[in-house]
Design a binder for this molecule. Structure first.
Ligand code: COI
Length: 360
């Protein structure tokens, strides 16, 4: 069925094109481009009716299963533009493959990666004027799949929508690339092994909001999650993976089934290893991090994610005690990773790992 999937294109009428937002005040995920990609799935036809169309609302039945049982998965990737208006995507196939892993775990249909990538490239090219060129600004791309069959039985839905929307964005955190303050919670947990913490499903984010709200109220940017069983091993930050530079090692928790396998995480591991940094994927407790901080071996901590890019951690708060990481400012390795990754993503630096995909 996938072989025959054709993508129709219907362009927005010129008088309906949206005004572009102020490039210096984009925020994150509040403006949307003129077009979107949409395709539908049902048991009889598989994926069909693929289209690039003007951005539009859905007309959905209140019984659509996504509203009740949360069969919803998504991805996040970005498009970049260099000074010559050349457009790049960063590791798009990895995102689409990860979406298929999420689909498998959530009993949802797999997407045809090659066709969707073709549609994604056409969509980005069509809305290329929306790719911001300012420092730190990019076009954030959100592929999403939801269950739309109207039914109240708890089972895999028989109908789905897959869509891609795009949003010109600035930095995810209000701090920009400045160090964030992170709240370590041992009150709430994010995921357990055997659950869905390792896939990008909407419910993981819904479940994180209360802890994030408490962190914000206490003046912190994000939450650092500990493991659900012993509440001592570090897992990940709210919207990113986490790394600690302790002595000569760059340590990050392993992907043990409850942590999202971030594409930025993987890129940082590969990049740092290529520079000769000793990258270690191992379990690490919050006590070890604090002990390393107290005896001066914790030099840097940073989060990694598509939205967050590399986000330095300046302070941790655990059990009401505050710990300044390093001297509280952005560390040397965090800065180097940020600069190098951005340069590869924006096409201004060699791409030895063949991560970028050119469009147009
Ligand atoms: C991303 O980094 O792309 C994410 O999906 C995190 C997010 C919830 C903004």
């Amino acid at each position: 069925m996938w072989k025959d999937l054709e993508i129709s294109v219907c362009k927005c009428e010129s008088d309906k094109l949206r005004d572009k937002p102020d490039q210096d005040n984009l925020g994150f995920g509040v403006h949307f481009t003129d077009h979107m990609f949409l395709m539908k799935w049902d048991r009889e036809n598989g994926w069909h009716d693929a289209e690039i169309c003007p951005y539009k609302n859905f007309n959905m039945d209140p019984a659509a299963m996504v509203f009740h049982y949360g069969q919803a998965i998504f991805e996040g990737l970005k498009a970049y533009k260099d000074e010559d208006e050349q457009i790049y995507l960063f590791r798009p196939e990895d995102n689409l493959e990860r979406m298929n892993s999420s689909a498998l775990r959530m009993c949802m249909p797999r997407i045809p990666v090659d066709k969707v990538l073709k549609g994604l490239k056409a969509l980005v090219y069509l809305d290329r004027d929306w790719i911001p060129s300012g420092e730190g600004a990019t076009l954030y791309i959100r592929p999403t799949m939801i269950a739309v069959e109207p039914a109240l039985g708890v089972r895999p839905a028989g109908e789905y929508y897959f869509f891609i929307i795009m949003s010109p964005v600035g930095a995810y955190y209000p701090e920009g690339f400045s160090p964030t303050k992170i709240w370590v919670t041992d009150k709430y947990v994010r995921a357990v092994k055997g659950g869905v913490g390792h896939v990008k499903t909407a419910g993981n984010y819904a479940a994180s909001i209360m802890a994030a709200e408490e962190a914000h109220k206490a003046g912190y940017t994000q939450v650092l999650w500990l493991d659900a069983c012993e509440r001592k091993y570090i897992e990940e930050v709210g919207t990113s993976n986490i790394f600690f530079k302790i002595g000569d090692e760059l340590i990050t928790p392993p992907l043990g089934g409850s942590i999202l396998g971030g594409i930025t995480r993987d890129s940082v591991i590969q990049l740092a290893k290529s520079w000769g940094v000793d990258v270690v994927e191992r379990r690490i407790t919050i006590d070890e991090v604090i002990a390393a901080n107290e005896d001066g071996r914790l030099q840097e901590a940073f989060g990694t994610g598509t939205a967050a890019v590399i986000s330095p951690v300046g302070e941790l708060c655990y059990q009401e005690k505050k710990y300044v990481v390093g001297d509280g400012s952005t560390g040397e390795l965090s800065q180097r990773l940020f600069d190098e990754l951005q340069a590869i993503q924006k096409g201004t630096q060699d791409d030895p790992f063949r991560w970028i995909v050119r469009i147009g």
